[in-house]
Design a protein around this ligand. Structure first.
Ligand code: CA
Length: 222
């Protein structure tokens, strides 16, 4: 899951980014509306945390521009308490939900999960493939035959989730970098390869599940 924070107050945005990353999200952060719009139009996010008052383009304007361009990424508008009366305007702009500052982190996380789920009704917290069940929220996978459980890291589970959701089609390293990592990842490193390797070691030592298609990427066939 990849999130974007558009927030001009670094004191709020940076700790928030860190907290969300700690629980497994890939998080990008920009501090003005113009960069926000640019990021939204070039990347594929699962949810956007959008401050209301922003330099360049404000939150409402940005949301309207997104919706005008048929971009339906869920938006959670973040407003100061004194701007509560703007709530309605926020919803009309196309925001899916809103929180007031100072917000409670667990409430925010619950809202992020809720808007993402609403936006994609097929997203389950448990994915199945072959004899395995993948528990996305608990970073683990279970072999339903032997009942053996295997712990996975945030990135490993992110890769596996993406491959399962796109099973039977080739997924390139770039696709994985785009959806599982944030924009600070160095695209010239072997990071995808390394994580595929550790993932295989845990769940697929015989390379029967995740196949490499030379020069193109990976495929999970079922
Ligand atoms: Ca602000």
């Amino acid at each position: 899951m990849r999130l974007l924070i558009v927030e001009d107050e670094h004191d709020i945005a940076i700790p928030l980014k860190k907290m969300l990353e700690n629980i497994g999200y890939a998080v990008d952060f920009v501090d003005n509306g113009k960069d926000g719009l640019q990021s939204v139009l070039t990347n594929d996010y699962d949810c956007i945390l959008l401050d209301l008052n922003l330099p360049e383009i404000d939150g409402i304007n940005l949301a309207q521009k997104m919706r005008n361009q048929k971009n339906n990424t869920p938006i959670i508008m973040v407003t100061a308490r004194s701007q509560m009366y703007d709530k309605l305007e926020g919803f009309e702009s196309g925001a899916d939900d809103y929180v007031t500052k100072p917000f409670n982190i667990s409430e925010l996380i619950a809202r992020i999960k809720a808007v993402i789920k609403r936006n994609s009704p097929n997203r389950d917290n448990i994915l199945k493939f072959g004899k395995y069940e993948v528990f996305l929220n608990q970073n683990k996978i279970q072999d339903t035959t032997s009942k053996k459980e295997i712990e996975l890291s945030n990135k490993e589970i992110g890769i596996l989730e993406y491959l399962i959701r796109h099973k039977n089609s080739i997924v390139s390293s770039e696709d994985l970098l785009e959806h599982v990592w944030d924009q600070e990842v160095d695209i010239f490193t072997e990071t995808v390869k390394t994580h595929i390797k550790t993932l295989r070691k845990k769940i697929d030592p015989e390379k029967k599940i995740i196949k490499t298609i030379r020069g193109k990427g990976y495929i999970l066939e079922q």
